[in-house]
Design a protein around this ligand. Structure first.
Ligand code: FES
Length: 562
């Protein structure tokens, strides 16, 4: 809509006869129509009572609304759904998580289509809500601000810091008889002390931090603990006022989601040992923003970036420790000074990332290291290609010293089959667990394999086995774990025709993932391949399976052929 058309539409809404019905309802909500000439700010939050991650969203949305109103704007709050990977793990509900990303993006976009806001504030927290909001904003392309709702504090168990990652790993230990039920219960009660996103640099905090590197939020705001509500509500009100000030301005969402910004975000993710899901989500955001960006390009940035954040699961500290050390701006300033990110990229508060982060604290040498003497020389995200993944796969080596492995394939048609085998003790050191039919279309929903990787750790197999899957991993995963194998099995990927015992070789330095089967034999098997019957035959999951694209392109939904 042109500026003229927008102005006329607003005038109509304020006093035109044709919009009398809308004004009647605005009056019913206590909104004086005279105010409708001022910026109308849509405030999307992802509040739900089903998870701790987004529990503060209602209060934050109210604070953003106050900030909007005090700055002269008209706040219009609305909710999206949200699905937690953790709450649905090991249940069929785990399929819902990545699917929810599309539904959240669609719902924010549709609310803007319906109400034509002048600016948007998206309040995000749990894993999928962050990329979903960014995808929606890329489509809408209006003045926008994002508010990340903050990490959970870490708990304590046996004198050490504990997070949800420990809970999952110790479940594996309990299944193997290494710890008692009483010890597991004690951990359950202490690992997650309050609201907020999972405490480590897992997927939610990976993406929250990425929002700062995209320049779409207030610098230094994302890693503030979720329960520090006095600070958070103050920040939220300021973001509401900021949304009013950027409404009608030149900078729209795609100015913060261009190629430069997305590569900056990738460097920020790599420098802090962020989740493999960050790659998937940046590819999806790029696709929605119309930016040409490949898996190889993203991973090249990650490989060129030193890891300067000593953060769980690759390191020792959690997100709230990063906040105490100065937050994301400390990492940002180091990376700009060392030439790993472009400090000329825009900041929604005004100016550039370089200008905004210039006053950040120096690295403390514990949570954040200097770029010149990093925690680890290279960030942990890598892409692999080969006859087992012609379109690529993603591996994260930040949490392991291993860079290569070769071993016999142990093939499972689902995550559940593999879990049973681990519990039965039939997995041997050196095995390569192949879990297929768990991709975006095959799952459907590309489940995270957290229970498998935790079971491996818990069974005492440690890093002696590796995992190759067309599914995903939690940001809390450790070990040499290869995910996002593309094409996925049900879309004709070679992972669908690997057989038990065939040798698989992973070489991170060479960037290869190969099965020791001649090309002509693989081609023959693929020509005869028939995918298993779909597990979802109706409703949202079946529709998703029909339309979802490859993980190598972000697993976004594709329009039906016309
Ligand atoms: Fe919501 Fe981890 S499950 S942030």
């Amino acid at each position: 809509m042109t500026e003229d058309a927008r102005r006329q539409a607003r005038e109509q809404l304020r006093d035109g006869a044709e919009r009398v019905g809308a004004r009647s309802h605005y009056r019913a909500m206590g909104i004086d129509p005279e105010r409708l000439g001022n910026p109308i700010v849509g405030i999307a939050s992802a509040w739900t009572q089903t998870m701790p991650c987004n529990l503060n969203h209602r209060d934050l949305a109210a604070a953003v609304g106050r900030g909007v109103a005090e700055a002269g704007g008209v706040p219009m709050e609305f909710n999206t759904i949200a699905v937690s990977d953790n709450q649905t793990q090991a249940t069929p509900g785990m399929r819902a998580s990545l699917v929810s990303r599309e539904l959240i993006a669609d719902s924010i976009e549709l609310m803007d289509i319906a109400h034509d806001f002048d600016a948007l504030v998206c309040i995000v927290g749990c894993d999928k809500t962050v990329p979903a909001a960014l995808m929606a904003l890329a489509r809408i392309d209006k003045p926008s601000v994002v508010l990340y709702s903050g990490p959970m504090r870490a708990g304590h168990w046996r004198g050490k810091t504990a997070t949800i990652q420990d809970v999952w790993e110790q479940l594996g230990a309990y299944r193997s008889g290494t710890i008692t039920r009483e010890e597991l219960d004690e951990l359950e009660r202490s690992a997650c002390p309050g609201p907020g996103t999972c405490a480590g640099q897992f997927t939610a905090n990976t993406m929250g931090l990425a929002v700062e590197f995209l320049g779409l939020t207030a610098l230094g705001s994302t890693m503030v603990p979720a329960d520090a509500m006095e600070d958070r509500e103050r920040d939220a009100a300021a973001i509401g006022a900021l949304a009013v000030s950027v409404a009608g301005g030149e900078r729209t969402a795609r100015d913060f989601l261009d190629r430069r910004a997305l590569l900056n975000a990738m460097a920020g993710i790599g420098a802090t040992g962020g989740s493999t899901n960050g790659v998937l989500h940046l590819l999806a955001i790029a696709r929605e923003a119309g930016v040409e960006l490949s898996l190889s390009e993203l991973v090249a940035v990650s490989r060129a970036t030193p890891m300067i954040g000593n953060l769980s699961p690759s390191g020792r500290y959690v997100a709230t420790d990063l906040d105490e050390a100065g937050g994301a701006p400390v990492v940002m300033r180091e990376l700009i000074a060392a030439g790993h990110i472009d400090g000329g990229a825009f900041a929604v508060e005004g100016g550039t990332l370089g200008e905004r982060s210039g006053g950040a604290a120096a690295p403390d040498g514990a949570v954040v290291f200097p770029a010149a003497a990093p925690y680890k020389p290279q960030s942990g995200l890598n892409a692999l290609f080969g006859n087992l993944a012609p379109d690529g796969a993603v591996v994260k080596v930040a949490g392991t010293e291993r860079r290569a492995h070769s071993g016999p394939a142990r093939v499972f048609e689902s995550e559940r089959d593999c879990t049973v085998a681990i519990a039965a003790g039939t997995i041997q050191p050196g095995d390569v667990l192949v879990i297929r039919n768990e991709g975006p279309a095959g799952g459907p929903g590309m489940r995270e394999m957290l229970s498998i990787t935790a079971a491996v750790v818990g069974a005492g197999l440690g890093e002696s086995v590796t995992l190759v899957t067309d599914g995903r991993f939690s940001g809390a995963t450790r070990g040499l774990m290869v995910g996002h194998v593309s094409p996925e099995a049900v879309r004709g990927g070679p992972i669908g025709v690997v057989r038990e015992g065939e040798r698989i070789t992973i070489d991170v330095e060479a960037g290869t993932l190969a099965v020791d089967v001649p090309d002509d034999e693989l081609a023959r098997r693929l020509a005869e391949y028939a995918p298993p019957a779909p597990s979802a035959t109706r409703g949202v999951l079946a529709r998703y399976a029909d339309h979802v694209g490859s993980a190598s392109e972000g697993a976004t939904l594709r329009p039906a052929p016309r």
